[in-house]
Ligand binder design. Structure first.
Ligand code: ACO
Length: 332
């Protein structure tokens, strides 16, 4: 599904991110499972990741990131019309983490809801915010991607535990003239491959029992090498769709911010789009895979770096469990 600009415009006016203080290095993991720094760096590009403390939940990380995004945009929490939180690790199954966040921020006016699109959650959220704003249903929306993957990671499974980290990123999206800001969005799903990345236990299909906990069904199950095959293809498609729908091509892009799942996936996408190394924002070495938080964290870091200039064309591209994938193209 692609959506071209029609009525009002929507633009990202403030980005904030938060990662927990505690760092888990590859050397730390070498002590827990049969792995090595060399394997992890070569196969994934990850050197360290941030891990939440026991008393932190999704709403806490989301709150810190949101405060920064609101400050950058100059928007007050009370002015928000909506809060959309993308997460697979909400504080509780319900209410939505967005409802908890609304209360923490004092964003009394905002309708608040979560969406689950795994690593593509932030992109799906921005796409919804863009549609809401361009159709005149809202003026100011806070979109958050937050994940505490450490809570659903099996630290005896070397195939997954070396990959994931915790963090949150947030963006304020506001209405603007149709020529500015977000130029196009693209979201896509293929439910045929849900078994490549999923959390089997704890839902209505398979509530947690002593038995299911013994089987490790409270943890992420991932077929990494099979996912890998879809990831590059899907992300390249998402990039081309967002660009093509407004008559642009990869040669017009100044910065690509891909979901940070694996350095080899990122390089594969970069090469197929024929982008230079310096055009691609990479922080997987320091963050690991933070799922839906990875793109807004990387965007926040890019904004802080002052490399990005007004008028630059930025392409955000995600891929995740579901399978879900998508992209956002915007003019800074
Ligand atoms: N340390 C050492 N050896 C390991 C480790 C480890 N941490 N993990 C696996 N191995 C071994 C395997 O056991 C296997 O050994 P074998 O050949 O003796 O059987 C060997 O390394 C190769 O394993 P593969 O799984 O084939 O390794 P691969 O090169 O595919 O890398 C990885 C694995 C990093 C998971 C990669 O497949 C990947 O990144 N996949 C994509 C993940 C992704 O895109 N996820 C979706 C987004 S994330 C989200 O939605 C939350």
């Amino acid at each position: 599904m692609s959506c071209e600009r029609q009525l009002k415009g929507a633009k990202i006016t403030g980005v904030g991110y938060y990662v927990p203080e505690k760092i888990l290095t590859n050397a730390d993991l070498e002590k827990i499972v049969d792995t090595s720094d060399k394997w992890i760096v070569e196969r994934s590009g990850i050197r360290e990741r941030h891990i939440s403390s026991d008393d932190q939940a999704a709403s806490d990380l989301a709150y810190e990131a949101s405060l920064k995004a609101l400050e950058k945009s100059g928007v007050k929490a009370e002015e928000l019309d909506q809060i959309i939180v993308g997460t697979a690790t909400s504080d509780m199954l319900f209410p939505a983490t967005a409802c908890l966040l609304q209360n923490m921020l004092g964003a009394k006016k905002a309708a608040a809801y979560d969406l689950t699109a795994a690593c593509s959650g932030f992109i799906f959220g921005v796409s919804i915010a863009d549609s809401m704003i361009s159709s005149g249903k809202a003026e100011k929306i806070l979109v958050v991607g937050v994940e505490l993957l450490s809570r659903i990671t099996d630290y005896t499974d070397r195939a997954t535990c070396v990959l994931f980290g915790d963090g949150a990123g947030a963006a304020v999206i506001e209405s603007c003239s149709p020529q500015e800001g977000i130029l196009s969005t693209f979201i896509k799903t293929d439910g045929e491959y849900t078994d490549l990345l999923y959390l089997p236990g704890g839902g209505s299909r398979n509530p947690l029992t002593e038995e299911s906990i013994k089987k490790g069904e409270q943890y992420i199950h991932m077929k990494g090498s099979e996912l890998f095959k879809y990831a590059v293809k899907a992300m390249v498609q998402a990039a081309r769709e967002a660009l093509g729908s407004v008559g642009l091509g990869p040669e017009d892009v100044d910065f690509l911010i891909p979901h940070q799942a694996n350095i080899r996936i990122i390089q594969g996408v970069r090469k197929r789009l024929k982008l230079k190394k310096e055009q691609v924002v990479i922080n997987i070495d320091r963050m690991g895979n933070t799922s839906t938080a990875s793109i807004p964290i990387a965007l926040g870091e890019l904004e802080e770096s002052n490399i990005i200039k007004k008028g630059n064309l930025v392409l955000l591209v995600a891929f995740g469990g579901g399978l879900t994938w998508g992209s956002i193209l915007f003019r800074k």
